[in-house]
Design a protein around this ligand. Structure first.
Ligand code: NAD
Ligand code: DAU
Length: 370
């Protein structure tokens, strides 16, 4: 079959990547979607079980750091678009093992860029109708202050006057965000130096189905269900801006098709929450859905040593994306959280499959000394 487009999505077996792959495979049957994933601890093909038999979907197990393999794949499938999500993504892991983050996030991105460059420069149309789309994070901008610690009258965000805009100077603090910042610079350098058509987007915290249960929301839902402690870092005052993962995938679709080359777009939900308030929402929702008395799980909250270098507040200003491409989040947080909690409760076997394996060792390792 002749496909209209041949797109590599890296990291498609991970959390956000699986939603992007699913959206593209279903919405564009005339595109071939090639999911390139190394299947690290975070990669899980069960995330894509519902689309794996689609004729326009292909999975390739490969390491993005492997330049020869990336080039061979681009040539074999006449790739004209790359949506690059593969990364080491967990801040706590980056504090323990920064080398792995530099390897995948920096060298992996560089290897993909160079493979795309060699492939596209040797094709007759060169860079015409090609795109290298790099998915990045709001964490590269650093941290904002909590200048309105009480939030609005109803105790909601915004928790400060400042927001991250596309021109905010990079100021990463964790090895994770430093590695993502470095990869962003490489992507822009390939545009500026070689004329490669690139786009970078920086998104806020995602939540939703298929998120690896080392991240706050799935970890805490699972722990509430099993009556395990909920390790809240520091005083739980840190603020994150949360976006439902399918809204991020929709934004990626919009930007991939209509975004302007060489531009940066911030993606976020204008939906700031203090960690401790999120934890209380999760407790309320899980207890209600499990039929527990209200507040039954509040005693699980356990304040633990803060994350080293813990960024205080992230808040994305996504008005450029709204204004120029008309994207906006479709779900209110309450609706998104309800859907998310229900999904994890209904898919306990998905969680068990992970928590009974390698992750259990990681969990013990990460939390043993708290
Ligand atoms: P994830 O950890 O759930 O998934 C990462 C995927 O990348 C996994 O499937 C893993 O197997 C794969 N991978 C890792 N190293 C690889 C390598 N060397 N070669 C090939 N594949 C490899 O991550 P996520 O939360 O889905 O994040 C995806 C991307 O979005 C990342 O680039 C992350 O920085 C960015 N991002 C995440 C969030 C968030 O809230 N999760 C927010 C903004 C941006
Ligand atoms: O902002 C985007 C980023 O969001 C992405 O780039 C990252 O890939 C993604 O992991 C996420 O980073 P965070 O560090 O914000 O997410 P995490 O779920 O690890 O933590 C959310 C907040 O909750 C953070 O302030 C730390 C806190 N936390 C987290 C865990 C895992 C706790 O208090 N206890 C916990 O056990």
């Amino acid at each position: 079959m002749n496909f209209k487009r041949n797109i590599i999505v890296t990291g498609g077996a991970g959390f956000i990547g699986s939603h992007v792959v699913r959206l593209f495979v279903r919405k564009y049957p005339d595109y071939r979607i090639i999911n390139v994933d190394k299947l690290t601890y975070a990669g899980n093909l069960a995330n894509l079980a519902d689309i794996e038999a689609c004729p326009n979907y292909l999975f390739v197990k490969a390491d993005i750091v492997d330049f020869d393999r990336m080039l061979a794949l681009m040539q074999e499938y006449s790739v004209d678009g790359v949506i690059h999500l593969a990364a080491e993504s967990h801040v706590d892991r980056s504090i323990k093992d920064p080398f792995t983050f530099a390897r995948t996030n920096v060298m992996g991105t560089l290897s993909l860029l160079q493979a795309a460059k060699v492939h596209w420069e040797s094709s007759p149309a060169k860079y015409e109708d090609k795109l290298f789309y790099h998915i990045s994070t709001d964490e590269v901008y650093g941290a904002l202050e909590l200048t309105r610690p009480e939030g609005d009258a109803d105790g909601r965000g915004p928790y400060g006057e400042e927001f991250f805009v596309e021109t905010t100077k990079y100021n990463p603090h964790s090895p994770y965000s430093a590695s993502k910042a470095s990869s962003d610079h490489f992507v822009r350098a390939f545009h500026d130096t070689y004329g490669m058509p690139t786009i970078v987007t920086n998104c806020s915290n995602n939540y939703g189905p298929y998120q690896f249960p080392e991240k706050l929301i799935p970890l805490f839902i699972n722990n509430i269900r099993h009556r395990r402690p909920l390790p809240v870092y520091g005083r739980g005052e840190n603020v994150r801006d949360w976006l439902y993962v399918e809204d991020h995938a929709r934004a990626i679709d919009t930007i991939f098709h209509r975004g302007k080359v060489a531009e940066t777009y911030n993606i976020g939900g204008f939906n700031e929450w203090k960690n401790i308030d999120i934890v209380k929402v999760l407790i309320r929702t899980v207890d209600r859905l499990l039929g527990n008395p209200e507040g039954a799980s509040l005693d699980l909250i356990t304040y633990v040593t803060d994350r080293a270098g813990h960024d205080m507040r992230y808040a994305i200003d996504s008005r450029k994306l709204q204004r120029e491409l008309g994207w906006e989040p479709s779900l209110q947080f309450e609706e998104g959280i309800e859907k998310t909690v229900r999904w994890y409760l209904d898919n306990q076997s998905w969680l068990d499959n992970i928590t009974s394996g390698a992750y259990e060792n990681y969990y013990n390792d990460m939390y043993a000394n708290r």
